[in-house]
Design a protein around this ligand. Structure first.
Ligand code: GDP
Ligand code: MG
Length: 596
């Protein structure tokens, strides 16, 4: 294909502003998906994506479009809008020359609208502003067109008005893409260089690698080489998605398509790597992406210990298609055998645990999410702690915690409530800016550890759902953090240890000791429940002993009644965990962790 007729673009937007619906509409309009095959969110292939209405993996589709008598090939890349998947967004952006900046005409600009816009600008993309959902009665295109034009520095008249749902304005939108988005440039005769922007594991076809050709071309049966590892694979199939895979005779400059080599693991075909040929290798790789790093860790345990092998296999399978998933085995006194899993963020955590539950039928419990701490001990050694149980005892010189730069957008009436929340989470205000008439952006530095618990829920409830949040890593800082342990009769219960700010240690201790007191049944003896920092007890409760022996009632009575009672107790013990001498039903631990 001649690069002059190629247009590579993506759609960027805040979550729920209608990217996927608009993408579907385009597939329909350009005829690549027939009426018969059309279903909502054609591109959101995973069940979870469809149910939650969010996009997790990017998708690239090629569509034909005629404009002023010329036939163009439009490559559209749908991107996920959520913060956890920013790394997917930035890859997709690097494969494009233009971006549709989509904004809900009833909502206006939100936190991820800005975050995605900045990413697009960093990639030098041509930006086309679009207001979507203009069919909604609550839509206020005039107001928000002004807001959007202000933001990107343009004329409100140039903002396109569309509805992905009804199709209004979508043809004009495709015309605008053809007109405004620059054609790709590259050297047709140079050695091949293709950038991998996505790699997906498919049970039937193995790894499918999505690439954007930058220079030269690739053909079927060629020996391709990954520039980072020098590994050579035979190219079994090459083609374009439209949106079903369609094998082709090759890909050349500017084209977006897929490669299949028969490798079985996405890590062998790494996102950000450059593909060349072994016969005529390129000298220099394209600028790569930074590897996504896990930010949040949680222990994940099967509720039924015998499911452990299933959990392990399930994680191995998910890893094939999710290069960002990291895990290693872990054991816990309270919860048995499980895995410590590193996630990109809370949504990633939620999605992985839900896929484990759903696709592998596992009953799971996850410990409270923790971030990565750097702890320097008295002997000047620094260790990385992702699990509170690894927090060193003894004297500590310094603890460093990750911080993020958070942007919160909300109507101005909520500024007070948001500031209060951020302050209680140790946030520092960096700045404040008004967009349009009534919308404010607040920028904060906040410890990530203060966000991972329930920050977003609180933010939503304090703003009646109107606030939106985006954040990016902003290094780390020293903080007065301590580990709080929870002890049952003097024995530490590992799953409940937490690393918290010293000022919040007492509140955490009281909360957990009270919770456990409610949940743990009485024993033959009194059981003290304590919260401690090192050797210092900061909170305590106790479970009183059972006053009468249950068997005493049966003393001298019917022997069969006595046996029945014993059997009943035995059954109840099935999922008992021993913490020292104390018997605790696993359900109690689970309930205490989930805060029910
Ligand atoms: P995404 O998260 O940006 O991919 O958004 P979706 O395409 O999943 O859309 C989010 C919600 O908005 C869904 O309930 C859609 O049905 C709805 N929606 C999307 N586009 C339109 C539109 O043009 N008009 C109306 N009324 N609703 C829309
Ligand atoms: Mg979507």
């Amino acid at each position: 294909t001649d690069p002059a007729i190629i247009r590579n673009f993506c759609i960027i937007a805040h979550i729920d502003h209608g990217k996927s619906t608009l993408a579907d509409r385009m597939l329909h309009l350009t005829g690549v998906v027939s009426d018969r095959d059309m279903r909502a969110q054609y591109l959101d292939r995973m069940d979870i994506e469809r149910e939650r209405g969010i996009t997790i993996k990017s998708q690239a589709v090629r569509m034909p479009w005629e404009f002023e008598g010329t036939n163009y090939a439009l490559n559209m890349i749908d991107t996920p809008g959520h913060v956890d998947f920013t790394y997917e967004v930035s890859r997709s952006l690097a494969a494009c020359e233009g971006a549709l900046l989509l904004v809900d005409a009833a909502q206006g600009i939100e936190a991820q609208t800005l975050a995605n816009l900045y990413l697009a600008m960093e990639n030098d993309l041509t930006i086309i502003p679009v207001l979507n959902k203009i069919d909604l009665p609550a839509a206020d295109p005039e107001k928000y067109a002004k807001e959007l034009a202000n933001l990107i520095g343009g004329d409100p008249e140039d903002v396109l008005l569309v509805s992905g749902k009804t199709g209004v304005g979508v043809e004009a939108l495709l015309d605008r893409v053809t007109q405004m988005v620059p054609a790709p440039v590259g050297d047709v005769n140079a050695p091949a260089r293709a950038m991998i922007f996505d790699s997906v594991y498919d049970a039937y076809r193995g790894v499918v690698t999505y690439v954007r050709m930058v220079d030269g071309s690739l053909k079927p049966r060629e020996k391709i080489q990954m520039m980072s590892t020098r590994a050579v694979h035979e190219l079994l199939e090459i083609g374009v998605s439209s949106p079903e895979p369609k094998p082709s005779k090759g890909l050349s400059v500017g084209e977006v398509g897929y490669l299949i080599t028969g490798v079985k693991d996405v890590r062998q075909s790494k996102v950000g790597d450059t593909v060349t040929t072994s016969q005529k290798p390129a000298e220099e790789a394209l600028p790569g992406y930074t590897d996504p790093k896990p930010m949040v860790f949680s222990g994940v345990y099967p509720i039924d210990g015998s499911d452990y092998p299933i959990l392990r296999d399930a994680l191995d399978k998910l890893k094939l298609s999710d290069a960002a998933l990291n895990y290693e085995p872990e054991t816990s006194v309270a919860l048995g055998f499980g895995f410590r899993i590193g996630f990109l963020g809370l949504l990633h955590l939620e999605i992985i645990t839900e896929r484990l539950r759903r696709e592998f039928d596992l009953d799971l419990i996850a410990t409270a999410p923790s971030v990565i701490y750097e702890v320097t001990t008295d002997d000047k050694k620094t260790i990385t702690v992702t699990n509170p149980s690894e927090f060193p005892g003894g004297k500590i010189l310094e603890v460093r915690e990750p911080v993020v730069k958070a942007a919160i957008l909300a109507p101005k009436d909520y500024v007070g409530a948001i500031m209060e929340l951020c302050q209680s989470r140790r946030g520092t205000l960096l700045g404040m800016e008004y967009f349009g008439e009534d919308r404010v952006e607040l920028r904060y530095n906040i410890p990530l550890g203060e966000i991972v618990f329930d920050f977003f829920d609180h933010l939503k409830s304090r703003t009646q759902g109107y606030a939106s949040l985006d954040y990016e890593p902003a290094g780390d800082q020293a903080a007065d953090l301590v580990k709080v342990d929870i002890l049952l009769q003097g024995e530490q219960v590992d799953a409940f240890s937490a690393i918290v700010h010293r000022e919040k240690a007492y509140a955490y201790g009281v909360l957990m000791t009270e919770r456990l007191k409610e949940l743990i049944p009485r024993q033959q003896f009194e059981v003290p429940i304590q919260a401690a920092i090192g050797a210092r007890i900061i909170a305590r409760e106790s479970i009183r002993a059972i006053r009468k022996d249950v068997l005493a009632k049966c003393y001298g009575g019917d022997i069969s009644r006595k046996r029945k009672l014993l059997e009943k107790q035995k059954e109840g013990k099935k999922r008992m965990k021993m913490v020292g001498r104390v018997e605790v039903p696993q359900e109690a631990f689970i309930a205490a962790l989930s805060g029910d």
